[in-house]
Each structure stands twice: as C-alpha cells, then as structure tokens.
Write a protein that binds this ligand. Structure first.
Ligand SMILES: Cc1cc2nc3c(=O)[nH]c(=O)nc-3n(C[C@H](O)[C@H](O)[C@H](O)COP(=O)(O)OP(=O)(O)OC[C@H]3O[C@@H](n4cnc5c(N)ncnc54)[C@H](O)[C@@H]3O)c2cc1C
Length: 387
C-alpha cells in the first residue's frame, strides 16, 4: 500500500503493542511509513509467555506450514536481535542454549521415538540421547528418565525484555507509540479501512490499519462477520521460579530448556526459570488455579526433581490467540487498508521477526511469498464463501 495523501496523519496505525504489533511498527517505520502504535496498556500474552523459540521441538504432525514459518523466524532471530539491540540499546538476550525433549516412562519414550522419526523424515537437526547421555548433558534430570531428544537449535528469549527493546526501537525509529490508548474498532468506509476508532470517541486516520491486538483482535468493532479472522482464547498458566542460591548459581539447575509431554522449564540464565504451561479452553478466564499449578509442578518434578527447591516468584495465566487451524493470520485482509498480524497462538514470540517482515511487505503492496501463503488471513472468508 503506498503512503497516503498528506491530509491523513498516518500511513499505518497498528492496533496492539505486544511483540507482534511493536515489531510490525518497527519494520513499517523502517520502510519510511508514518506509523503509530495504539496500545491499551493491558498486559498481553507476551507478559506470560515463556519465550521458547522452538519450531523443531514443537513440530506437530500435520502442521507443515507452521513449521516452515517457525523455522524461517528462528533463523532470522539472531540478526533480528542484533539489530534490535543496536537500535534500542537494550539487549533482548537471546539465549542459544538449545532444548532437551524428555520422556519420563515407556509410553512417553514410544511417543518420543515417533516424534524423532518424524523430525528426521523432515531433515530437522535432532539427536537421540540415551538416558546416560541426557544426564551427562543435564545432571539435574531424574534417574528415571527413559529417553531424550537434543534439539540444539531451539533457543529462548525473555519476551518481557524483547517487548521493552521493541518499544524503545519503535520510538527511536520515528514511529509514535501511544500507550493507554484502547481501540474500540476499525472504521470502514466504502470498501476500505480508513482508521481506528478509539474507546474515548476519537479517531485516528490511517492509510492502513494493522490488527495486532492478540486475543482481542477478533473483538474489534467495525468489521462485519465475513471480514473477521476467528480467534479464540486458549488459557495458559505459568510459574516464574528462582533459585534460592541467587542470580548465578553454579552449577545452574539446568542450562537448556527442558520439555516434557505436559510441562516445560525454561532457564533465563540468572537463576530464574519459567515453568509452563497449561492449555485450557476456558474462554476469557485468566485466574491461576491450584490444580493448574499442581499439575505443572508435579509433571516437571518427575523430570527435574530439583525444581521443588526453587522459590515461587510469580504465578500468572494468559490467553493464547488461537485460530481454528492453529496458523496465524498475516497479511492483507478482505478489504483495502486492512492488514492482520494476529492469531499466533503458542508461537507468537517465535514468529515475531517473520511476521514483522511479512506485514511490512504487505503494507508495501507485496504479495505473501509462497512459503507463507497458508497464513493468508483471507482463507477464512474464502472458506465461509465456499461453505
Ligand atoms: C502461557 C503462555 C506461554 C507461551 N509461551 C510461548 C513461547 O514459549 N513461545 C512463543 O513463541 N509464544 C508463546 N506464547 C504465545 C505468545 O505469547 C503469543 O502468541 C504472542 O504474545 C501473541 O502476540 P501479540 O502481540 O499478537 O499479542 P499479545 O502478546 O497478547 O499483545 C497484544 C497487545 O495488544 C494490546 N491490545 C489488545 N486489545 C487492544 C485494543 N482494543 N486496543 C489497543 N491495544 C490492545 C494489549 O494491550 C497487548 O499489549 C505463550 C502464550 C502463553 C499464554
């Protein structure tokens, strides 16, 4: 989309200042577009997310398109963080420590064998570890662990640091960041989106609006049913834990991300860990529960018993923005001036760099590349029309 006439104050308004919205704004501003980010100030899913960048460990049967997006984004992450650190003077601290996927018992080992074969069939870089090899790599693993998969290329980042760096980069790139600004909906005139209606009754005119409001993206007013991307909340509970030995305990409990079938433990490198996460279809409920916390601690302590020695710093629940096919909606919508960057479900932190590039391309009028075509937001409108 070309820059708009001078009467309009912005070329692009981005609704939502989470990792996705901020990264899109940063890239849009980098292409010379006059950009404003409108953020309600609520803590989005980014505040809860563990920050695993794990396309290989998370690869599921039947999710090839998502895997492709994830691999491309993971590959872009290092350069993205280096550039971000330079522009913002804030290091988002990408941790290149890899991931171990661990099986606790015979059934899980069988399932893990199938996952290993699946990953190998796709040519993904993974190494099968016997229990003794796994414990050499991570001595805190329980002696009962049956099998492990070493995914050396799946890393992690602290999403709170990432968002702080992105916010700084957005401002330094000349874009405007409006905090405590809640968007009620989009204004559609004729066959195009002309801007964002704010909850206080005011209007922000823009040549294009990028919808990056996470789980709230589908609730914005102004878009009729067939123009919307269907997004539902999927609740996830996590605990933030810290080592009582302090910031740099030697040795650390674990160095790599440890993933079991039901729980994961992500080290931050400063004696802190994120233990997550439940997957619950409970609508808009974000209350942490005793049952959720119990399950996470029980499951992880069977893999890393030392987790029981850690202190609890935070218990939090967030909502993953999920679409019916688990793929995000990235790119131009069904009317002129509408661009989606939403529905990233459990992978939004991983997919931040690639989403920002694709959205900047869409704003410049570029079509989605073939490898990202499955994320086209218009697939939902097409499916409805076909039905
Ligand atoms: C428990 C849990 C663990 C996760 N772990 C991982 C992980 O390890 N790796 C990974 O890649 N992903 C993970 N995710 C997923 C990831 O957090 C999301 O996919 C990602 O945060 C989506 O980014 P977003 O910017 O679209 O939405 P959000 O992070 O939710 O941000 C949306 C922003 O929009 C703002 N907003 C909302 N409505 C409005 C409005 N009307 N007007 C203005 N602003 C508005 C909010 O204030 C918020 O700042 C996890 C999620 C959860 C819940």
């Amino acid at each position: 989309m070309p820059p708009v006439a001078a009467a309009q104050s912005h070329d692009v308004a981005v609704v939502g200042g989470g990792a996705i919205g901020l990264a899109c704004a940063w890239r849009a501003a980098g292409r010379g577009l006059r950009t404003v980010v409108l953020d309600s100030g609520d803590l989005g899913a980014w505040h809860v997310a563990a920050g695993m960048l794990a396309p290989v460990a998370e690869a599921e049967f039947g999710e090839r398109a998502l895997l492709e997006l994830g691999l491309r984004s993971a590959q872009a992450y290092e350069a993205f963080c280096a550039e971000l650190a330079e522009v913002s003077d804030r290091d988002p601290e990408l941790r290149r420590t890899g991931t171990l996927v661990v099986a606790r018992d015979g059934d899980e080992a069988e399932a893990l064998e199938r996952l290993i074969a699946f990953r190998r069939s796709l040519g993904l870089a993974v190494e099968r570890l016997r229990p003794s090899q796994a414990r050499r790599a991570e001595p805190a693993l329980a002696p009962t662990v049956r099998l492990a998969l070493d995914v050396a290329g799946d890393h992690s980042i602290d999403p709170r640091r990432l968002v702080a760096a992105l916010a700084e980069a957005v401002e330094r790139s000349g874009a405007e960041l409006r905090p405590r600004t809640r968007v009620a909906g989009l204004r559609v005139e004729g066959e195009r989106v002309t801007g964002a209606e704010l909850e206080d009754g005011s209007f922000v005119a823009a040549g294009a609006v990028v919808v990056a409001a996470g789980v709230h993206a589908a609730s914005l007013t102004g878009l009729s049913g067939e123009l919307r991307v269907p997004i539902r909340p999927v609740k996830g509970q996590v605990l933030r834990l810290r080592d009582p030995r302090g910031e740099h305990p030697h040795p650390p409990l674990v160095s790599r991300t440890i993933r079991g079938e039901q729980a994961y433990l992500v080290p931050r490198g400063d004696g802190r860990y994120v233990l997550g996460a439940t997957m619950e279809e409970r609508g808009w409920d974000t209350a942490p529960t005793a049952g959720g916390v119990h399950e996470l601690i029980r499951d992880m302590s069977e893999i890393v018993p030392g987790v029981l020695e850690l202190e609890i710093e935070e218990i939090e629940a967030g909502l993953r923005p999920a679409t019916p096919d688990n793929l995000p909606a990235i790119g131009r919508g069904a009317v002129e001036g509408l661009v989606w960057a939403a529905g990233h479900h459990r992978n939004g932190i991983l997919l931040t760099p690639v989403t920002a590039e694709l959205v900047a391309g869409a704003l410049a009028g570029e079509p989605l590349p073939e490898w990202a075509a499955a994320a086209d937001p218009r697939r939902f409108a097409r499916a409805r029309a076909a039905a």
